[in-house]
Ligand binder design. Structure first.
Ligand SMILES: *Cc1c(COP(=O)(O)O)cnc(C)c1O
Length: 380
């Protein structure tokens, strides 16, 4: 079974001798030089011109007003929530179909997540499902939104741009703005993706990115927050660098900050990687086109980006018939030396989030059962 597909996938990665990885990072001599230059400078840690330069280059690339680099994408989400005043007793809406980091960042603040379904075209948070839940379960009190049964304030909402496909973000923002709910875009997977020409993570007042080893740009570990408002960016920088009050020698801190800063060593690698992003996006687009040819006659449906968007093709995905076919196909890939992966188990099925508030999750469940990610490296 699946011989033609397995052979077709192997043909897409002729340079790959052993197992074809799901998404391998790629480094060239420019990356090596960047890291070595940083080491030689001895400024490998919290001080160094690489961090500010990377923040500037990232803001320019994404069109965000400002970017603040942090140690990873989870820390970026955590800081974004704290900046919005999210804390114990609050509720934060997100999707159950996401990587666990989105939910964990919410929990770090003392708030609890509320799980809403995703859209079948974007795999991102559904604005319609969001509105339905808010209308049914919440009411406006003053300038805020309160969950009626628990009395908890719904303070924020984190939609996620799944696999680099941009969610219906404008509709989500409109619905939240009307109700005084802050929106934070989890764009960890979507560096290089746009909707209507606008970069993912720059629609809401705060967006977050990740530069983990499996992402499209990596510096080992890293993350960033994107802002339109420079004042908010300044507050983010302060909060993520131990809230130290600038002074030539005194150690004064005006609130409980976090050590979420990105080391200069990572920033040096991130800068060098970011320069190659346009090239890698083109390579990944060509790979996606070849996947389209491979699946033109079945047996699975290749997941395509929603109209009006330009995705980064971070991870290619297919939809199989059901969970049984999924597992048969995953086993066949394993035996053929192809690293394929199912999508995440829903957060609501993990022990920590079993008892949290949730809406109907029919689409999320279907994706969990039917979605398989295929090798998508730009340079395997
Ligand atoms: C990768 C990822 C993160 C967090 O990334 P780290 O840098 O590993 O902390 C958050 N959300 C999503 C959806 C991700 O894919």
């Amino acid at each position: 079974m699946f011989e033609r597909v397995l052979e077709g996938i192997r043909d897409l990665f002729p340079g790959s001798a052993g197992t074809i990885p799901l998404h391998a990072p790629w480094f060239d001599t420019a990356d090596e030089e960047a890291v070595m230059a940083c080491v030689r400078s001895s400024f490998v840690s919290s001080v160094g011109e690489g961090i500010l330069a990377f923040e500037q280059e990232l803001a320019e690339y994404t069109g965000a007003g400002r970017a603040v680099a942090v140690v990873n994408g989870t820390a970026a989400l955590h800081a974004a929530l704290v900046l919005n005043g999210v804390g114990p007793g609050d509720l934060v809406i997100t999707q159950a179909f996401t990587f666990i980091a989105t939910c964990n960042a919410i929990t770090y603040t003392g708030a609890r997540p509320v799980f809403i379904d995703v859209d079948p075209d974007t795999f991102g948070l559904s604005p319609r499902a969001l509105e339905r839940w808010l209308d049914r379960e919440c009411r406006q009190e003053g300038d805020g939104c309160v969950h009626v049964r628990t009395g908890a304030r719904v303070r924020a909402c984190i939609p996620m741009h799944t696999f680099g496909h941009v969610a219906h973000i404008e509709e989500i923002i409109t619905r939240c703005r009307d109700r005084g709910i802050a929106v934070i875009e989890d764009a960890a997977e979507a560096l290089g993706s746009t909707r209507g020409g606008r970069h993912a993570g720059t629609f809401a007042p705060i967006g977050t990115l990740s530069f983990n080893g499996n992402k499209i740009v990596t510096c080992g570990g890293g993350g960033a927050l994107l802002f339109e408002d420079p004042e908010l960016a300044d507050r983010a920088k302060h909060l993520t660098t131990q809230a130290k009050v600038p002074h030539p020698w005194a150690f004064q801190h005006d609130l409980i900050g976090f050590n979420h800063r990105m080391p200069n060593l990572n920033a040096s690698l991130a800068r060098s990687q970011l320069r190659k992003l346009p090239h890698n996006l083109a390579v990944k687009r060509a790979l996606h086109d070849r996947y389209r040819e491979l699946f033109a006659d079945g047996p699975f449906r290749l997941v395509e980006a929603p109209p009006g968007t330009s995705p980064n093709h971070w991870l290619n995905a297919v939809l199989v018939r059901d969970r049984q076919e999924r597992d048969t196909f995953l086993q066949a890939c394993l035996e053929a030396g192809i690293q394929a992966r199912p999508a995440w188990e829903l957060a609501t099925d993990q022990p920590m989030y079993r008892d949290d508030l949730k809406d109907d999750l029919a689409v999320s469940r279907e994706l969990q059962d039917r979605c398989v990610n295929l090798p998508s490296s730009a340079h395997p």
